[in-house]
Design a protein around this ligand. Sequence first.
Ligand SMILES: [Zn+2]
Length: 446
Amino acid sequence: MYEEVSRSIDDDLHSSVDALKKLVEIPTVAAKGEGIPETSELVERMLRDAGLETQIHPTSGAPVVTGWLDVGAKRTLLFYDHYDVQPAEPMDLWASPPFEPEVREGRLWGRGVADNKGDTTSRIQVIKAFKETGTDLPVNIKFVIEGEEEIGSPHLPEYTKKNKDFITADGGIWEFGGADIDGIQEAWLGLKGIYYVELEVERLSKNVHSSLACILPSAAYRLVWALSTLRDGNSRILIDGFYDGMKPLTKAEIKAIEKIDLHEADFKEIYAVDEYLNGLSGMELKKAYYGAPTCNICGITSGYQGRGSMTVLPAKASVKIDFRLIEGMHPDEIHRKLRRHLDSHGFNDIKIGYIEGYPPAKTPISHPFVKIVKAANRRVFGDLIIHPTSPGSGPLYLFNRYVPMVSVGCSDHLGNAHSPNESISLENFRRAQHRIVAIIDEMSRW
Ligand SMILES: [Zn+2]
């Protein structure tokens, strides 16, 4: 089926790689607001060259680029991707410059190749292969490509609220995915929610001589005391009502995760730990991975942290905390509960800066579109591990009400997303394109 399209994907692999390189050459770092207009325009051009109708939707932040092709088919396939990337720092750890993509050892190296410019390109190239071989697409196609995923998609709701009619499809492919440590492909059906805050406390007009700690209050201790009320020694989150309404994993999800190998021993070695949190292992470890919320300190700042000693009593202290949220939890509610918790523990002087937040979302494991992706994957890669949710987060909730989403992609465990020396295997990049063709084919017979 679709031999010509498949042949064109293989024969034109070098031009797909060139298209990806051009995209990677623009440092689209959303955190610094860099490269946004150029990249959105390039992505729009790529979609147009693939035969799609396009639009660039301005928002108060980075624009959202959409593409669509209505062939009058019964089924519609939607792709969600993002054209922004993480900052490349620390630069000195890269073997080749992050924004000068380079092929070595069968892999393409550069910031964003794995997350998510590689997948964005591979999906557009498939539609282009249909156009260039004069092959009729058997399903309608939609793309929604945003430019602020790496900073929590703060302006994507502006687009999705105004374009509810566009965000409808029979199935959707989410931005990430790839092969696990054994080379087996993985699909992710959901994402946890997130609530990200910065807590700040200020106790003095300025930093003063630390000898005065005998008579003046300490911002650093205030913060540490407040933090110690959030989580106990067994990682139980102590915010009043934090777990209220949280939905446990379903029976079907528990059955699915029984079969999954989380490679406990391998990751202990990779992370250099003797044991997981609270000695978790086996099913209990899996239940936490897929079904537990978190309260994590991302960074904590106060006083002097340079070389040697400086005797100082710091005026201010701050901490960045992220909470991963499970179905049934909402960041706005956790925000209210956190405020109430701090107040009731005597910490009403601690300010909460709400940095980002969105709820979790999942596609049910029994949805027919999940079977379609599984069947398509079998034709190209073989086995597919189906994770009910990723432990990570993303704005899936904006789509999941209208589109059942599955996340499969061209990355692998060597991909180094968000780290120096990010890369993808060119063979996975090629085969991921064939999998999209197979998804399109399977969908047309649904
Ligand atoms: Zn990312």
